[in-house]
Write a protein that binds this ligand. Structure first.
Ligand SMILES: *[C@@H]1O[C@H](CO)[C@@H](O)[C@H](O)[C@H]1NC(C)=O
Ligand SMILES: *[C@@H]1O[C@H](CO)[C@@H](O)[C@H](O)[C@H]1NC(C)=O
Ligand SMILES: *[C@@H]1O[C@H](CO)[C@@H](O)[C@H](O)[C@H]1NC(C)=O
Ligand SMILES: *[C@@H]1O[C@H](CO)[C@@H](O)[C@H](O)[C@H]1NC(C)=O
Ligand SMILES: *[C@@H]1O[C@H](CO)[C@@H](O)[C@H](O)[C@H]1NC(C)=O
Length: 417
């Protein structure tokens, strides 16, 4: 063997060591094992936000949430996370980089509102300057587009990906002739099916049967809480209310809803006004006895395309499934339980890199009120790419933070001199 071969082997070893040291794969028990404090974290429990999607190509459940560090405080990053259909530890698909936990540019993820299975696109529910919006997020995007601006109403939303259309309700019931990625696309294809300005309509959930009947689910809090289901032809254009046909009423509060061509599934919240507990209730569309599939405290549900299994999350930060739905005794499977199987994986606080999380490359460190740092990338002109506090902007009070650093009226010049 000549010396070049030795050199090659030595380099190969160094390369492997670098790979092994790479943060995300390191097992840990405490933050200190992961590198420089306080920016190196040992991710433990997962705090799951509302919402669930299914990536059927890769057989994974998609959720959104924050991991706790070993100090048992949530880290400051929301991630799009996947869990295998067959169960196992969660993997981070990508961090959501738009969160800004304070200041005039405030932006915070509230959950997953929808999920496109054909393109694996999460629709994120986000609070922006205190106004909730819903829009697609692909990872690395600098903002979450406001396709829906949910102010003062509950957004019932259903994507019919097969027929490339979307149904939603705000104060009206709408059909959109596309799957909108922007508010302009939504407005361009928008038709009002039922006009709420002269007939009082709103809805919590929507579902489709046989491509031509839209089911509208309304939770009615008037006396005792009931959930009502009605149906309307999908082709309705400003129909009269008589086209909305009442189907059934259940004395429970639905917190989530999915349906197949044969059954409705209500994710029940425990209700103050009746004895109902939590769980998933299966109700045949054409009548017949309903039954409980589980009493778990369900938050969100997703039905697989074959209509054989429901995947769901619970208030206990669990991911579970129940099926086969056609069986007389569907069984619950546990996919992930945060408390029982902590992730124990090293991660760096937002923006930090390096095998010890030691580097804030071309960035400026901001400390949040709870003491955790963030490395904020700098723009070409030297400003941080976003800000929470005025001090981040240099020449205070001539400079100030407006989500991004800005100069007060009639002041110009560089931010850092
Ligand atoms: C994360 O930490 C918070 C604050 O200590 C705690 O309330 C929460 O239950 C923890 N979450 C998990 C999933 O362990
Ligand atoms: C829901 O159904 C009940 C029982 O049929 C009815 O009394 C109530 O008015 C309905 N609520 C709405 C909002 O349609
Ligand atoms: C729908 O029809 C009603 C009654 O004819 C009318 O008052 C209303 O303006 C119409 N709405 C739309 C959006 O066309
Ligand atoms: C609640 O449960 C109690 C005891 O199981 C029963 O007697 C009562 O009728 C129930 N009430 C309702 C509103 O279902
Ligand atoms: C800024 O400068 C313009 C032009 O000199 C002047 O008219 C205006 O009053 C100034 N504004 C303030 C807030 O001083």
């Amino acid at each position: 063997m000549n010396s070049y071969k030795y050199l090659f082997i030595i380099l190969l070893f160094k390369f492997l060591i670098v790979i092994i040291q790479c943060q995300p794969t390191i097992e840990c028990q405490g933050d200190y094992q992961c590198g420089v404090q306080p920016q190196a974290l040992c991710y433990k429990g997962l705090n799951i936000l509302p919402g669930i999607g299914l990536d059927e190509t890769n057989q994974r459940v998609v959720i959104v949430g924050k991991f706790n560090g070993s100090s048992n405080a949530p880290s400051n990053v929301n991630n799009v996370i996947t869990v295998p259909f067959g169960g196992g530890k969660p993997s981070i698909l990508f961090p959501i980089t738009t969160d800004l936990s304070g200041g005039p540019g405030y932006s915070m993820v509230l959950g997953l509102y929808g999920y496109l299975r054909q393109t694996n696109t999460p629709y994120i529910h986000n609070s922006q300057r205190a106004a909730p919006v819903v829009g697609p997020y692909h990872g690395g995007d600098t903002s979450i587009p406001n396709v829906w601006y949910i102010r003062g109403y509950n957004l019932g939303l259903y994507f019919d990906e097969v027929n490339k259309r979307t149904f939603y309700c705000d104060w009206n019931l709408h059909r959109v002739s596309n799957i909108p990625k922007t508010v302009d696309e939504k407005n361009a294809g928008d038709t009002i099916m039922l006009d709420g300005s002269y007939q009082n309509n709103r809805c919590n959930f929507l579902g489709l049967k046989d491509t031509n009947l839209l089911y509208v689910v309304q939770v009615d809090y008037a006396n005792t809480v009931v959930t009502n289901i009605s149906k309307i032809p999908v082709g309705c254009n400003n129909c009269s209310l008589s086209e909305l046909k009442f189907v059934l009423s259940v004395p429970v509060e639905a917190g989530s809803f999915v349906m197949s061509n044969t059954h409705f599934y209500l994710g029940m919240k425990p209700t103050w006004s009746s004895n109902t507990s939590s769980g998933i209730m299966q109700i045949p569309i054409n009548g017949g006895p309903s039954k409980m599939l589980t009493n778990d405290p369900v938050v969100s549900m997703a039905l697989d395309s074959a209509n054989t299994r429901i995947f769901y999350t619970t208030t206990n930060n669990e991911v579970k499934s129940v099926g086969p739905l056609g069986s007389s005794t569907p069984a619950v499977s546990v996919l992930y339980q945060s408390a029982a199987s902590p992730l124990n994986r090293c991660a760096c606080a937002p923006g930090f890199t390096g095998d010890q999380c030691q580097t804030c490359y071309n960035g400026k460190v901001r400390y949040l009120s709870n003491g955790t740092p963030q490395c904020v990338a700098l723009l070409a002109d030297g400003r941080p790419s976003n800000c929470i506090f005025d001090y981040e902007c240099g020449n205070v009070p001539m400079a100030y933070c407006d989500g991004i650093c800005a100069c007060r009226t009639n002041f110009t010049g560089s931010f850092y001199n």
